[in-house]
Ligand binder design. Structure first.
Ligand SMILES: [Zn+2]
Length: 299
């Protein structure tokens, strides 16, 4: 029997007026209250369609967005996790792309604070135990080459990381052969990576026109079909500011959710983690295969 495809929707709630996103990069000004507007519309459409999602919120906005986040939690459709405290890159990004973007990673001695403060704020403001983090800008190989950052994430009680989003050119799209994996080689066998394959919404839409929702929607539907046909797992990323740009009521996002809900199982990242941990799950079987492969390797 073919495995059913899985869609994990993760919205990055990250608008920090004056800094995130860079308005020069976007090419236009964005509303100061983008995050509030987005959360209110997202709650409405997820209730209408009846599908779950994860909100990855920057820590520095948690107190201000508390009423909207509380309403999302109360609906039962949302998991809340974090997108670091202030949205600085955890690793250096060196794109080979039309823009050749270069973003220096945060010095290591500032990383723990960026990961620990949202955990504390989510607990104090919302009573939420933070299960995961999505890395700003995403990275080639995720955090597979930064075990010292994985150690901080695991030590603060998180179970999953969404940090793989770029290919070997440190750009997009990330290939579909990159599927969820455990950071066992790095010494964290209970820490799961959930990659964001394909194009990140912000980059696709910047290259094809921010107002060009119809073409972006067609692109997303193709990816849903691909995930359904091959029984893959896809962590799809949208942002607060991209979602409301030229679509304040989130009509296009609602259409995408409806299309996906008919073809895929939709889960929060936290629920997907729990599914992967269950004995007898495809993930558990895959662990055994990996173990056999490791044993067979010459020493
Ligand atoms: Zn972000």
């Amino acid at each position: 029997m073919k495995a059913r495809g899985t869609l994990l929707i993760g919205y990055d709630v990250e608008r920090i007026p004056g800094r995130v996103p860079g308005e020069k990069w976007v090419g236009q000004a964005l509303a100061e209250n983008t995050a509030e507007m987005f959360l209110e519309a997202a709650l409405r459409i997820h209730q209408e369609v009846g599908v779950p999602a994860t909100l990855f919120v920057v820590g520095c906005k948690i107190e201000r967005l508390r009423p909207q986040l509380e309403a999302c939690l109360a609906s039962g459709w949302f998991e809340i996790a974090q997108h670091t405290h202030e949205h600085y890159p955890l690793k250096t990004v060196v794109e080979e792309s039309p823009d050749n973007v270069y973003l220096p990673g945060l010095p290591f001695d500032r990383i723990e604070e960026q990961l620990a403060r949202p955990v504390e704020l989510l607990r104090r403001c919302l009573g939420v135990s933070c299960q995961g983090v999505t890395a700003p800008y995403s990275h080639y190989r995720g955090l597979a080459d930064r075990p010292e950052i994985l150690e901080i994430i695991a030590r603060h009680g998180m179970r999953y990381v969404r940090s793989c989003g770029r290919n070997s050119r440190d750009y997009f799209p990330l290939g579909w052969d990159v599927q969820p994996f455990w950071y066992d080689r790095q010494g964290f066998p209970e820490l799961l990576e959930t990659p964001m394959q394909g194009w990140i919404d912000a980059q696709w839409r910047r290259e094809h026109g921010w107002a060009n929702w119809a073409a972006y929607h067609a692109y997303l539907k193709e990816q849903v079909d691909r995930v359904a046909d091959a029984g893959l797992c896809w962590s799809h990323c949208q942002h607060d500011w991209t979602s409301v740009l030229y679509d304040e009521p989130l009509d296009w996002t609602r259409k995408f959710l409806q299309y996906a809900a008919e073809r895929l199982q939709l889960m929060t990242h936290g629920d997907f983690y729990q599914q992967m941990r269950r004995p007898g799950s495809p993930a558990a079987a895959r662990d055994l295969d990996c173990g056999a492969a490791t044993d067979a390797r010459p020493h």
